[in-house]
Design a binder for this molecule. Structure first.
Ligand SMILES: [Ca+2]
Ligand SMILES: [Ca+2]
Length: 332
């Protein structure tokens, strides 16, 4: 009996020991797997950060490439002459315009696109240098909205946003309209087209339609404002031409478009004396054939990460020096 009891006791002890060992083993396994999964997540997170950074650096390299293309274009363009005078022009047939090119990079792709910002409506042209509203530009903007079939009347709201006073224009909006949103009107030139989204009643679907046609350049095209930045007739699209010229005939628009596609003209007088020139003459003070402001969009895809950089560049007309006006990291 005593032997059997001792035997049973020993068996129980062994059982308890086995369960303890199994428990410890289970706990160790859980801890180890938790540690492994955490370190796996950490590695993944770090790789994600590194890959995002790498994608951004590739996008910046695309911007550098665009700068080289634009500088080379300036140099090549400087050698064009007409009656032994240098005639520099920027057109849709230029190397920067036809670039829209993708590159294969290690573990991904890079896409670089350059466009002429002087082929878009400059929102800042609604403000004269003295801070008042430029009515010629307001009318042009209103026509741009209507040519894009945007029904909402944003012109007075934009005019009030830009003008220096607090006096509300008819259907406009000054500070009192924004106070409850915790911001006020700029009452100054705007820095980016995205500011349109802040305007009273501005609908995002309208912004999506309008954004490709507008830009906020530091200088405007009207003499009463600052005449430095003009519209490039070689690159202006049909909607902007309708807005600027008022009542231009579809046949003339088509003709202008086909000349643009063939590489435009090297001088403004060629445009003014050509077909449709009668529509361009009234706005000739606002026109040029040469551009200084360009937009570069680079999209880099690297190891599953995407980086999109939108850069505005200024290329000096005197020596071709290129500077970054602004750089934004994401698409709007
Ligand atoms: Ca104002
Ligand atoms: Ca006002």
């Amino acid at each position: 009996m005593i032997i059997r009891r001792q035997f049973a006791k020993k068996n129980r002890e062994q059982g308890v020991a086995l369960i303890s060992v199994l428990l410890v083993f289970a706990i160790v396994t859980i801890i180890a797997s938790e540690m492994l999964s955490r370190s796996y997540l950490d590695i993944k997170k770090t790789a994600g950060v590194i890959n995002t950074k790498q994608a951004y650096l590739y996008a910046l390299s695309g911007e550098q490439y665009a700068r080289q293309i634009l500088f080379r274009d300036y140099k090549e363009s400087s050698s064009k002459t007409l009656n032994s005078e240098t005639v520099r022009s920027d057109t849709l047939a230029d190397s920067w315009s036809v670039l829209k090119k993708g590159f294969d990079i290690e573990n991904g792709k890079l896409l670089v696109e350059i466009s002429d910002l002087q082929g878009r409506f400059n929102l800042n042209s609604l403000r004269n240098e003295d801070g008042t509203t430029n009515t010629i530009a307001s009318n042009q903007f209103a026509r741009l909205l209507s040519s894009l079939k945007i029904k909402n009347k944003y012109t007075p709201v934009l005019a009030d946003w830009l003008d220096k006073d607090q006096k509300r224009q008819i259907n406009g909006a000054e500070d009192e309209a924004y106070r409850q949103k915790n911001y006020l009107t700029a009452n100054n030139l705007i820095a980016d087209r995205t500011e349109l989204r802040l305007l009273k009643g501005f609908k995002s679907q309208d912004y999506e339609i309008l954004k490709e046609h507008v830009v906020a350049l530091p200088k405007t095209s009207l003499p009463s404002a600052n005449s430095k930045t003009k519209y490039n007739i070689n690159t202006m699209n049909a909607k902007l031409l309708i807005a600027m010229t008022n009542n231009i005939k579809p046949a003339n628009l088509k003709k202008i478009k086909s000349i643009q596609e063939r590489g435009g003209y090297n001088t403004l007088s060629q445009w003014l004396n050509g077909e449709g020139g009668e529509y361009l003459s009234p706005i000739k003070e606002q026109l040029t054939v040469e551009s200084e402001f360009f937009e570069v969009i680079t999209k880099a895809q690297f190891a599953g990460r995407i980086s999109t950089v939108r850069t505005h560049l200024h290329r000096d007309a005197k020596d071709g020096t290129i500077e970054v006006v602004k750089r934004q990291l994401t698409i709007e």
